[in-house]
Design a protein around this ligand. Structure first.
Ligand code: PEP
Ligand code: MN
Length: 338
């Protein structure tokens, strides 16, 4: 249940409404937005009387929140969340954030070379997997801790924040020290224990939609992180599994609109994993920006043909530069900056 305060309410009225909710046995989350102030009830709302609360001074209206996610719900927090990922980069404002880099960290030359190239084209953050969730146990599994150190070198060389995937809480303390954004991959969307553990930190989390996750399941996973106290969640649509096999997955751009309506969290789109084909990435990146995404995650490799992972969907630095030009034009059409 949420209480929406009237414009121009007094502090005393706010305190009164909060106390009345607490007396009903719930915890109260106050969200003070630019235009609206909201009190959200957390916990069992059985003891709250909607009608009585609606008559309190300063209260405009009381709404029931029927969705099972609360902290991630826009009704609890009408203004868009903007997540600070370090080095002056924010996700969720008017400026789009482009995160680019190889699927996997392979070598110092590769990582620093690609990081410098994508930065020169306008990327604001870099990616690279050090721990890779591969379908086959015989495939390249990532460079592990050495990969994290190479990412740190690239971070120092370019002053860009690092985004990389955490697969196990065994590496959590390393990630907390070394990386700027922890990616929870599609395959771990419902690893609830991992979600709770990253929820107990304040690290920004890039939460990729699961291969077969509904929008509600995806938001419930965001709720797991937020319910433990970490509000810094960035959603990432990366395609879902459908009957179609021509593309690696099916990019669900309608999810961007749905999630932005249902939640205040920023959402970025990863057309690389969605399409699985490099030549489609630019078109779908433009479409994602037109649809209202807050940013993009793009795989870029210095030598896609010889990449150890996901070469077929990786752009060269030159192709990435061309994508950025196109994305800038589309962003301007929808009133966003890159
Ligand atoms: C990745 O970003 O490299 C990755 C493995 O993505 P996903 O979890 O979306 O498959
Ligand atoms: Mn990949």
């Amino acid at each position: 249940m949420v209480i929406v305060m009237k414009p121009g309410f007094s502090q005393q009225e706010l305190e009164g409404a909060k106390r009345a909710m607490e007396a009903g046995g719930v915890r109260v989350m106050v969200s003070q937005g630019e235009h609206t102030t909201i009190l959200g009830a957390e916990g069992d709302i059985g003891g709250l009387d909607q009608e009585q609360l609606g008559q309190l001074p300063g209260v405009e209206r009381v709404m029931r929140v029927s969705e099972p996610y609360k902290k991630a719900n826009r009704k609890f927090h009408p203004d868009d969340s903007v997540i600070d990922i370090g080095k002056g980069v924010h996700v969720g404002g008017n400026r789009l954030v482009v995160i680019a880099g190889p699927c996997s960290v392979e070598s110092r030359e590769q990582m620093i070379g690609v990081a410098r190239a994508v930065k020169a084209s306008g990327a604001q953050a870099m990616r690279g997997g050090a721990y890779k969730p591969r379908t086959s146990p015989y495939a390249f599994q990532g460079k592990g801790v050495e990969g994290i150190h190479l990412l740190q070198e690239a971070q120092q060389a370019t002053d860009m924040p690092i985004v990389t995937e955490l697969m196990s809480s065994d590496q959590l303390s390393l990630f907390l020290e070394a990386v700027d954004v922890i990616q929870i991959g599609a395959r771990n969307l419902q690893n609830f224990d991992l979600l709770k553990k990253v929820g107990r930190t304040r690290k920004p989390i890039l939460l990729k939609r699961g291969l077969s996750a509904t929008i509600e399941e995806w938001l419930m996973s965001a709720e797991y992180i937020m319910s433990e106290g970490n509000p810094n969640v960035i959603l990432c649509e990366r395609g879902i599994r459908t009957f179609e096999t021509y593309t690696r997955n099916t990019l669900d751009l309608s999810a961007v609109l749905a999630v932005k309506q249902l939640s205040h969290l920023p959402v970025v789109v990863d057309p690389s994993h969605a399409c699985g084909r490099a030549w489609m990435v630019e078109g779908m990146a433009m479409a994602a920006v037109a649809a209202g995404a807050d940013g993009l995650l793009i795989e870029v490799h210095n030598d896609p043909h010889n990449a150890l992972c996901d070469g077929a969907q990786s752009l060269t630095p030159e192709e990435f530069a061309s994508l950025m030009d196109k994305v800038r034009s589309v962003a301007a059409c929808v009133g966003r900056e890159v």
